[in-house]
Design a protein around this ligand. Structure first.
Ligand code: PLP
Length: 395
């Protein structure tokens, strides 16, 4: 037996990615003005950003960030339990908890770490974690990090979720779901899942990454839109890299739960606390998101406009009424080719390939934002229809 050589392993992985058109590359954004960006020197209209409400460039948030940086510096200086918890974090957590209707909120540096943290701190070996097959990678990774038994039910099948919970009646259990699925844009059946969790004494956890800000009264998300409260959803995670236009995440819960996370979640305890100025900027965007309902109204009207156009042209859009409007194209090379043509017409749309989506389901993940103009949405639909007609007409 000889030990495998690392350079050989890397070369094999690289060759496999190249063979299947799965190699990805980073694009460099040089300027941002709402949905207009300059990418690698080329001006484009951005249809692959998660800045759903157009708050990433909010001048109020930029000023809040600058002012807080002047007071707190450009780093927190330590982990939250040592010296990194600042007044800006405390204020943001308090305001956010009050807005969302929970006892407490805990601010994390990212949605990925927040989801890892919750599942790792709550679950242990022998426990059960039941999840939708299309949940975001970080929820799946969190269950694995905890060493719990992970069972994944077919997409949106709440009956299967109930049966999976019933299959281990003695185990402590968490039922976890995205509220809006990140690559499909459809909604989880949150009311039915909440009932299943409650009937089985499981803890229901919802990741509102793509729901918060966009859906529900005052942008409180899909769970609030479904009439669910903190009693029905005892753990709610709200990543801030999407409609909040920033970075980080809030975990909402009852005092006992948040205190438990704060004491024992390794991804919270063993990392430098997030930038205090970021908390200040996110607090400013929370106020905008709560009070500026016109942003949600404009976004909803652009989503409806895109769908009307796409359906009129017979484009292969998925069933979604959220700002995530996937156009499923199948093979990786087809998705890449269409994205390339759209870019020549001035539109930036990311081709999403495995492992982010299942094999053979590569797609354009088109996202709409309140920063788009109606004419831009119309022009995208026309360009996409012409491009797909052109591809299909090829011998
Ligand atoms: C559903 C979902 N949850 C969590 C995350 C992770 O959040 P973050 O980017 O803040 O790490 C994302 C996307 O990035 C997501 O789509």
């Amino acid at each position: 037996m000889t030990r495998p050589r690392w350079n050989e392993r890397l070369a094999v992985a690289q060759a496999s990615r190249a063979r299947s058109d799965a190699q990805r590359r980073r694009r460099t954004v040089e300027r941002v003005e709402g949905a207009r960006v300059v990418v690698d020197g080329v001006p484009l209209v951005n249809f692959c950003s998660n800045d759903y409400l157009g708050l990433a460039g909010s001048l109020d948030a930029v000023s809040a960030l600058q002012e807080a940086a002047a007071w707190h510096g450009v780093g927190s200086g330590g982990s939250a339990l040592v010296s990194g918890h600042h007044s800006a974090h405390a204020r943001f957590e308090r305001d956010a908890a009050e807005w969302m209707g929970f006892d407490r909120a805990l601010f994390f540096p990212s949605g990925y770490t927040a989801n890892l943290a919750v599942l790792q701190a709550l679950l242990e070996a022998g426990d059960l974690c039941v999840q939708d097959k299309l949940n975001h990678a970080c929820l799946l990774d969190g269950a694995r990090l905890a060493g719990a038994e992970l069972k994944r039910y077919p997409h949106r099948d709440f009956g299967a979720a109930l049966r999976q919970l019933q299959s281990m009646p003695e185990a402590a259990a968490v039922l976890a779901s995205d509220s809006v699925f990140s690559m499909d844009g459809d909604l989880a059946p949150l009311r039915e899942l909440a009932l299943a969790a409650s009937a089985e004494h499981a803890l229901f956890m919802v990741d509102e990454a793509h729901g918060v800000g966009v859906l529900g009264p005052e942008g409180r998300g899909a769970a609030a839109a479904a009439g669910l409260s903190a009693r029905d959803v005892p753990v709610l995670v709200a990543p801030l890299g999407k409609a909040f236009g920033g970075q980080g995440a809030l975990v909402f819960g009852a005092t006992a739960l948040i205190e438990h996370l704060l004491q024992s979640a390794r991804p919270y305890v063993f990392t430098t606390a997030a930038l205090p100025a970021l908390a200040a900027a996110m607090g400013t965007n929370l106020e905008a998101l709560r009070t500026q309902g016109w942003r949600r109204a404009k976004l909803a009207s652009l989503v409806a406009r895109f769908r009307r156009g796409a359906l009129r042209h017979g484009l292969p859009v998925l069933e979604s009424n959220t700002p995530i409007q996937p156009v499923v194209l199948g093979g990786n090379s087809r998705a890449l080719a269409v994205a390339r043509v759209l870019e020549q017409h001035g539109f930036w749309v990311a081709p999403i390939r495995p492992p982010s989506v299942p094999d053979g389901k590569a797609r354009l993940r088109i996202t709409l934002t309140a920063a788009h103009a109606e004419a831009e949405v119309d022009a995208l639909v026309e360009a996409l229809a012409a491009c797909l007609d052109g591809l299909d007409a090829r011998p």
